[in-house]
Design a protein. Structure first.
Length: 486
């Protein structure tokens, strides 16, 4: 008999059609969970011994073979998946005793456990990288608290702002993404092991003990839920997609501002044309925006796969996993490149002040001043300033003169022209804004300080969880080494 039939199909089924086997095999995405599968089996045989299902010698022999496989083993599509390939590797080492690996468990609980284990590690790594990006943006913000920038709405000049104010809107959003990664981690931090195919096993397995051995904080309690649920993947994919979307918005801003000449991205993050030597194309930002769409599509397609499945396990679920790994790989270079790209940007502050002044970005300041200083309804002040701006577009008097004119003509007010002039100063406008979270440099200082503190707390959590997982895995591998010494 060939190894495929001998190990899994036995005399139950004839050999599978090769094309059908290639179609249904998961070996292309399985290498990601290969080490986790070994760790799961190390924990499982230990618990089989505790329950009396196998003796100590059998457990030690199998554990030694598993420990060797931890450094790598062949994964052949003809054995369908990583699970049967590992069993074959152990069989080649210890013979028929390898058959005990299937006692009290199934590929159903094993695969979802392995995916959860890898997802947890990947989310922690992504959280570390995202924390570094946020820290870099905070550093850039601190250097640009007083650097003038035009605030936009509808892609049109709107109100005075600063570079720090702009960047801090993204650090706030990315900190929320960091929390989403943490929440997705908690969704993944529950062990399905012991559920077997769907209803557990007649062989007693201490599920709580197995969860701790594998670095989990608890259990997915219902055994049907254990093997069939992939909502933790949806949580992870959403956290990744949300992160990518926020970074994509940074990229869109950079592309627009670069095209206006108000900022200049360093050569390291732009390209040129094969025919137009004058071009400086913001290609890094462009690709970030496109890759975000891919990450979003992985979330949507995974949800589509899940939505109509009957309980419990169906092989459809296998098609979700490569989409998960793809998003996790796509997001890494995106997160890593944005920080240094943003730090490389040079801002033409003089051009921005000039453009802001020409665009009347302090018009709302003027309307607010008229309302609060002279007690007229804001809507009346708003309409007066709007009327004056319209007339400036047709030529004639400047805006300040027209505001003085219409204040007298329409409202009977003799306004203070000196004070009015201050309201047109785009740089002075920022100092006058005392709104919490606004562009005033003092507020930027407060936000930077708060965000740094939050970042420290999130970083401490990542370290605690990383150390806990590392300790659990080292303990499993160490136990097999101790058996060898005995």
């Amino acid at each position: 008999m060939d190894s495929n039939k001998d190990l899994l199909r036995g005399d139950r089924l004839a050999g599978m059609d090769d094309l059908a086997l290639r179609l249904t095999s998961s070996v292309q995405s399985d290498p990601k969970i290969a080490k986790a599968i070994v760790l799961i089996n190390l924990a499982h045989v230990s618990l089989l011994e505790r329950s009396g299902a196998i003796d100590r010698e059998t457990r030690a022999i199998i554990s030694e073979a598993l420990s060797k496989a931890y450094n790598g083993y062949r994964i052949d599509y003809r054995l369908e998946d990583v699970h049967m390939n590992l069993e074959m590797a152990v069989k080649e080492s210890v013979g028929e005793k390898a058959g005990f690996l299937g006692l009290g468990k199934s590929r159903n609980d094993q695969v979802v456990t392995a995916i959860r284990m890898v997802v947890k590690e990947e989310l922690l790594e992504t959280a570390r990288e995202l924390g570094s990006l946020i820290s870099s943006l905070l550093d850039t913000s601190a250097l640009n608290k007083n650097t003038f920038m035009i605030g936009m709405t509808h892609l049109q000049p709107a109100q005075p702002s600063t570079v720090a104010h702009w960047l801090l809107c993204y650090t706030g959003a990315l900190l929320r993404d960091l929390r989403r990664l943490r929440e997705a981690y908690h969704s993944s931090d529950a062990s399905p092991m012991g559920a077997a195919a769907l209803a557990g096993s007649t062989v007693y397995i201490d599920r709580a003990a197995e969860a701790l051995m594998l670095g989990f904080s608890g259990l997915v309690e219902n055994t049907m839920d254990s093997v069939s649920s992939r909502d933790f993947i949806a949580d992870a994919l959403y956290a990744l997609a949300s992160t990518a979307v926020d970074i994509s918005r940074v990229a869109s801003d950079v592309m627009y501002l670069s095209s206006t000449g108000l900022i200049r991205i360093a050569d390291e993050y732009v390209s040129t044309s094969s025919i137009m030597p004058q071009k400086r194309n913001a290609v890094v930002a462009e690709i970030i925006r496109a890759k975000t769409a891919v990450i979003m599509s992985n979330l949507e397609s995974s949800m589509e796969i899940m939505r109509g499945l009957n309980q419990t396990y169906n092989l459809d679920l296998q098609e979700i996993t490569p989409r998960l790994w793809a998003s996790m790989e796509e997001i890494k270079p995106i997160i890593k490149v944005v920080g240094p790209m943003m730090a490389s940007i040079k801002y033409d502050e003089a051009a921005m002040i000039s453009a802001a002044s020409a665009s009347q970005v302090t018009a709302s300041d003027v309307a607010e001043w008229l309302s609060t200083r002279y007690g007229i309804p804001f809507r009346s002040a708003h309409q007066l300033v709007g009327k004056a701006i319209r007339e400036t577009e047709d030529g004639g008097l400047g805006l300040q003169g027209l505001v003085v004119k219409y204040s007298k003509q329409d409202l009977g007010l003799d306004i203070d022209a000196v004070e009015l002039a201050k309201r047109f100063d785009v740089v002075e406008s920022i100092k006058l804004r005392l709104t919490e979270g606004g562009p005033n440099p003092m507020e930027s200082d407060n936000i930077i300080r708060k965000h740094r503190q939050t970042l420290l707390e999130e970083g401490a959590w990542v370290k605690v969880e990383s150390d806990r997982i590392k300790k659990a895995y080292q303990s499993l591998l160490g136990e097999s080494l101790r058996d060898k010494e005995v």
